[in-house]
Design a protein around this ligand. Sequence first.
Ligand SMILES: [Fe+2]
Ligand SMILES: [Fe+2]
Length: 282
Amino acid sequence: MTRQLLTAAQLSPAVDTYLAATPPERRWDAEHSFAWAAADADRLTDGQRSAVQFVTVIEDHLPGYFDVYHRHFPVDDTVDPEVFAHNRELYHFTVRWASEEDTHARALTRYQTAAGLGDPGPAILPRFELPYEHPVQFFAYALVQEKATQIYYQQLRAVVDDPVLRDVLTRLSRDEARHFTFMADVVTRYLQHHGDAVVEPIRDVVAGFRMPLAGTMRGYWRWALKIADTARYDHTDAYDSLIKVLDRAVSTRSDRLDGDCFKIGVFGPTRRAGFRRDGHCE
Ligand SMILES: [Fe+2]
Ligand SMILES: [Fe+2]
């Protein structure tokens, strides 16, 4: 396989934009940012409780997910210097991303305990692998998955009656929107620099897409279908976002996308959110 990686220089604007998108005063954590004492699961329906438990498991499996990135983009002497430079650049993103996703898991777990949903139980450690060969596929997969979780949190937020849970879901969906924006930016850069050669690999991702854990967690689909009712959720909604990225990249391939606000597909179903030139969320 020709690796067809972006160079470190082609990747770095996307990393810079992502890291600039959350100024220190907007950062949050599970320990300080929520009124946990007011959390009340009695205000939730059974379906909503189940939905919270479901996404807690999803967010909690993320160490396996990041391990995949470390294996495929190693930051050590097993790779050539140019590949190392790319992987080192990507690592700036990956560590922050991992930290944010870990915070999601902590916030959801804390909510369950504080709201009286019961002990979430021990972490499960399923094997997680992405069967991809082309580097763009890891970003295209994450693009769909981040958009799917963003939509999920927004839709769940719209129906729940506990203000503490709404606060949590607001934070989570904003983070997922930024993660999606990074992935969309990277996929766009692959399309700009490698053109048609990456279209087929991206198509393969969509054809074989399954949400994380779908193949490893017993009862996943039963659970997922149950919660789909609660939040009117369908992860294929997120494909629209990938298609927009592809359309946009194809029609503006020769243009510079830097400073283009990265508005591609960052539109939630209920609220428009975009990123200004300085990378801040509107
Ligand atoms: Fe998350
Ligand atoms: Fe995310």
